[in-house]
Design a protein around this ligand. Structure first.
Ligand SMILES: [Zn+2]
Length: 378
């Protein structure tokens, strides 16, 4: 909902967060008149970012793009490559981009109130979908979602909160999250060690300086790294200290590589307990068990997958160093447990986790699969 006040009805007093400042400007090469930035606030009071790309054609199917945690809508608009928005515009779609509360464009990124992925699934995604529907009427609405954007979308879908989508493309992970073994172990260890001392893992070495409490994390990330850039090491070699790898290095253009600190923000450590619970369950599970505000969400999204009412394309790079073969696992599990669902799996050879969207060759190697899926259902 947009601009809804936080004190209506019988709901308990809602959290106050510093959300008055507008999101950081998007980086793109579209004309200024083509970009409509909508002041958008979730019904629990949190300021989000919602952007519509104006096409001058009011009959186009809409495609909502959901970024991963600590990334932002910028990941679909990179000026330095042929990006997903370019391709969607050329193919006759109307792109919409949501900066959900885990976006690095949002000004409270490092200082705002804590949240869990329940909040994203309950508030951000369904309310953005509802707003977009209000604007596009009965035109088809697709969603293309990456990483945690996709994981939280799976929770919204299995809750029945976003019914009637024309199709969903999920990249990296969907209903069956499976992290690399050492990643889940390090998540546990890092969470315990760092509890109370820091609450975010930064990626931008220039911001934290040479000597800081974060120095050991960067030193750890630099071990056996072949690239001298500390920000790249933190993401490529360590994935915010988890030990995973977020992309195939050679797939990024030099320009994208050099602006990683702009494309990805610090990772909050306080999200780890929810992520760990999800990882242990091998399913997207709700965090809030007793808070009645979250009862619309199923305790376990995989168990509730029968509510999914839209075709799903599961995409993954063959070299995904964060979620491994979660997407293939999801396809196999759904084929067995929910054979009535329309779910397909496509693997992108030679690609990792982020490069299916950020890679310099993504328009050639990846986006065709997305367009084919959308084209068959528009
Ligand atoms: Zn590098």
């Amino acid at each position: 909902m947009i601009f809804r006040t936080a004190t209506t009805g019988t709901r308990p007093a809602l959290r106050r967060v510093r959300t008055t400042v507008a999101p950081r400007p998007l980086r793109h090469r579209l004309g200024p008149a083509a970009v409509e930035e909508i002041p958008f606030r979730a019904s629990d009071g949190v300021r989000l970012g919602l952007t519509r790309v104006e096409t001058g054609d009011s009959g186009r199917p809409a495609v909502l793009l959901l970024h991963g945690h600590t990334a932002s809508a910028d990941m679909f608009l990179q000026p330095e490559t042929r990006n997903l928005v370019d391709v969607l515009l050329d193919e006759g779609y109307e792109p919409w981009l949501l900066d959900w509360r885990g976006s690095c464009r949002l000004p409270y990124n490092e200082t705002g109130q804590r949240y869990t992925y329940d909040d994203v699934a309950l508030y951000d995604i369904p309310e953005a979908v509802s707003y977009i529907r209000g604007r596009i009427g009965d035109r088809p609405l697709f969603v293309v979602a990456h990483c945690i954007g996709s994981l939280t979308l799976s929770l919204s879908m299995s809750a029945g909160l976003v019914p009637g989508l024309a199709g969903v493309v999920s990249q990296g992970v969907f209903l069956t999250p499976k992290l690399a073994g050492r990643t889940s172990l390090r998540m546990t260890v890092a969470g315990e060690l760092l509890k109370g001392r820091i609450d975010h893992i930064p990626v931008d070495f220039r911001k934290v300086g040479l000597r800081s409490k974060y120095t050991p994390l960067f030193a750890l990330a630099s071990r056996r790294a072949s690239c001298p850039d500390p920000t790249c090491q933190m993401l490529h070699n360590s994935a915010w200290g988890t030990g995973a790898s977020l992309f195939v290095h050679g797939n990024l253009s030099r320009t994208t590589h050099d602006r990683l600190a702009e494309l990805f923000g610090p990772a909050p450590l306080w999200i780890l307990p929810h992520l760990r619970r999800i990882e242990l369950a091998r399913s997207v599970v709700r965090w809030h068990d007793t808070d009645h505000r979250y009862r619309a969400l199923p305790p376990n999204a995989l168990d509730a997958a029968g509510r999914i009412d839209t075709p799903v394309l599961l995409l993954a790079g063959s070299e995904n160093g964060l979620w491994l073969d979660s997407q293939k696992l999801c396809h196999d599990v759904l084929a067995r447990r929910q054979p009535q669902l329309d779910v397909t799996y496509t693997e992108i050879p030679g690609y990792g986790h982020l490069d299916p969207f950020l890679g310099r060759g993504a328009a050639l190697d990846v986006f065709g699969h997305i367009l084919e899926f959308l084209g068959e259902r528009r």
